[in-house]
Design a protein around this ligand. Structure first.
Ligand code: KG4
Ligand code: ZN
Length: 366
């Protein structure tokens, strides 16, 4: 049964995994660079590329060691070839080419988004094509009709920020550090989702596209409007006395909860619209880093069931960037007799549906 070595290095996770065609993850390792990027509040491409270059080879050796497999025992090498931060992508792809050349094994240059898009099939053997996919990560927010391996029809995309980016920027505004999504989710659990009135951009609009820039700006205004309570020392007792309440009466947790609820409301409305135009599908599927958000998953599951669809979401470690999904996409393509030449180029941009029409109002991320 074929075994594929997967390599992921398109952003700030250096990852390697060995996956067998029966969906067994034989071994996987992820080296996070969170600490290196945290002082800058986001991923610094140059730091990321250098970290991948230092860590990747030993990480692959350790992953092979964990599974007790030599390179000879691997049937193909799959690596992310884009889209992503080009320095890191090149480190992973060139490493994969060298391993493929040295071991005389096929190379599979994987679209990172395809890795996310097919990851639910790694987790769930019963998930058949076609399915409607919400792909929500730090760089993308798309609704795709997944018709088969390599066959994706984009029904919607964001006209400005990605959903994960909106979580990360909200985290930055609230001083929660990087990476932001999990921190916003944690704080939101302590707040009131109705406390801060925030906009729901594009809610109800005819096409299922997304927009999050206005929501992010509203979060900034809500934070800037906050004043601490006015406290003075009592003239007789000398004890602190609050003479004016905090203004307005919301906390950071309320902002986080209200932001998360607004984001969920947008996603549910847009996904409902997409269900209406997708044609017959068996399942609603969510993938990408934001799929790790429990409140988002719960809302999507309810929506799916309202429409008589199965809901499939990969387990949390398969939602955020990992190499098992890259190895799995490699296995899917290998199963179709595909492989790539050693001259294949790394691509900073690589849409899953190159025929998708540009979206009115969209910037470069369309
Ligand atoms: O797929 P991913 O790991 O990397 C990209 O391909 O971008 O997604 C990372 C994004 C980040 O923006 C991160 O803040 C977001 O996913 N994210 C979350 C959660 N966990 C990760 N957003 C909301 N809630 C979470 N629990
Ligand atoms: Zn990703």
């Amino acid at each position: 049964m074929p075994i594929v070595l997967g390599i992921e290095s398109s952003c700030d996770e250096t990852a390697a995994a060995l996956v067998r065609a029966d969906r067994t993850i034989l071994a996987q390792r992820i080296a996070s660079q969170d600490e290196a990027h945290a002082p800058y509040g986001g991923v610094v491409p140059e730091i990321a590329a250098r970290a991948h270059a230092e860590r990747l080879a030993p990480l692959i050796a350790a992953t092979l060691g964990d599974a007790g497999i030599a390179l000879d025992g691997v049937d193909a090498i799959a690596a992310t070839a884009g889209p992503g931060l080009i320095g890191g992508v090149m480190v992973g792809l060139v490493t994969a080419k060298a391993l493929a050349m040295a071991s005389n094994k096929p190379l599979l240059a994987i679209n990172h988004l395809e890795g996310h898009a097919l990851s639910p099939r790694l987790a769930d053997a019963t998930l058949a094509f076609p399915y409607l996919l919400l792909l929500a990560s730090g760089g993308h927010c798309q609704l795709l009709l997944v018709e088969g391996v390599g066959r994706y029809r984009r029904l919607a995309t964001t006209i400005d920020d990605a959903l994960g980016e909106a979580f990360d920027k909200t985290a930055k505004i609230l001083g929660l550090g990087y990476p932001g999504g999990p921190a916003v989710e944690r704080l939101a659990a302590e707040g009131d989702p109705r406390a801060v009135p925030l906009p729901r951009p594009l809610l109800g609009s005819a096409e299922p596209h997304f927009s999050f820039a206005g929501l992010k700006s509203a979060v900034l205004r809500a934070k800037q409007a906050m004043r601490p309570p006015l406290v003075v020392r009592g003239c007789c007792s000398g004890e602190p006395v609050q003479v004016a309440p905090a203004c307005p009466l919301h906390t950071d947790a309320d902002i986080a909860a209200s932001f998360q609820q607004a984001a969920i409301d947008c996603v549910i409305d847009r996904t409902r619209k997409a269900i209406g135009v997708a044609g017959p599908v068996a399942a609603l599927v969510v993938a990408g880093g934001v799929a790790a958000n429990r409140a988002m998953r719960a809302a999507l599951e309810t929506l799916a069931h309202q429409h008589g669809l199965r809901f499939v979401a990969p387990p949390l470690p398969l939602c955020t960037d990992n190499a098992a999904m890259i190895a799995w996409a490699g296995l899917e393509r290998l199963g179709q007799g595909q492989e790539d030449g050693l001259d294949i180029a790394a691509r900073p941009r690589w849409p899953l549906d190159p025929d998708a029409a540009p979206v009115r109002g969209a910037g470069v991320k369309a």
